[in-house]
Design a protein around this ligand. Structure first.
Ligand code: C5P
Length: 232
């Protein structure tokens, strides 16, 4: 899979997401299904969106003991998604278990991506709440390296970290980057943002874009603009 725009479908119901996806009559976007929609509608929503011809990033961020994650990944593998993820802080053993669970009998599997430190965690909360005293960018790179050692395919990170992740873990190691905004658009609650063109320049493999597309007056035009800036 090459560079692509993933649309974060942060809707609370199947009805709302179908109403949104129905607008796309030509190119079918790669979509991200998160916890909100998955917990509201169950696995059927994944099967249905897949049937409509979309690629799917199932963003459930698993984190549990290795055996539980392995078995849960085996279940998710049956849903035939294209990308799924977990927390790197669950340890290398947990990530290895996840990979094992995700791999189907014929050797195929969805791409497996790690979350390093959430962008909602800052240096202060990491030190005080988690008692991790290292600089946060060092922690992010260490977790990315652990994900690579465990055999994972890449990490979710800020577009500002994508270049460093590629330097540390290699060019083939995928970076999926949220926090993307158009140069003339609203930033909203995101803090460190980049335009699709800048994300391309810095070497992001996939950008995850939510509200700049889902809340746009013309979502299809906003999506096409993202694709033109990032993919072409
Ligand atoms: O609407 P917006 O473009 O900000 O949506 C970004 C998407 O990426 C949301 O689904 C958000 O939960 C997700 N995300 C993020 N930052 C991370 C990880 C995921 O914004 N570090």
């Amino acid at each position: 899979m090459g560079r692509d725009v993933i649309v974060a479908c942060d809707f609370a119901s199947a009805e709302k997401v179908y109403e949104f996806l129905d607008k796309f009559t030509e190119r079918k976007p790669f979509v991200k299904i998160g916890m909100e929609l998955f917990y509201a509608e169950g696995p059927q929503i994944v099967r249905e969106i897949k049937k409509r011809g979309h690629k799917i990033f199932l963003d459930l961020k698993l984190h549990d003991i290795p055996n539980t994650v392995k078995k849960s990944m085996a279940v998710l593998s049956n849903l035939d998604v294209d990308i799924t993820n977990l927390h790197a802080s669950g340890t290398i053993r947990m990530m290895e278990g996840a990979l094992e669970g995700l791999t189907r009998p014929d050797g195929t599997r969805p791409l497996l991506i790690a979350v390093t430190q959430l962008t909602s965690t800052d240096q202060e909360s990491m030190e005080n709440d988690l008692l991790i005293k290292e600089p946060i960018d060092k922690v992010v790179m260490h977790y990315a390296h652990n994900a690579k050692l465990a055999g994972l395919d890449g990490v979710v990170c800020s577009p500002l970290e994508a270049g460093k992740v590629h330097e540390t873990c290699g060019k083939e190691f995928l970076t999926i980057t949220p926090g993307v905004r158009f140069a003339d658009g609203d930033i909203g609650d995101q803090k460190r943002v980049m335009t699709p063109a800048q994300a391309k320049e810095i070497g992001s493999d996939y950008i995850v874009v939510g509200r700049p597309i889902t809340a746009a007056e013309d979502p299809v035009a906003a999506y096409n603009r993202c694709v033109a800036e990032f993919c072409d």
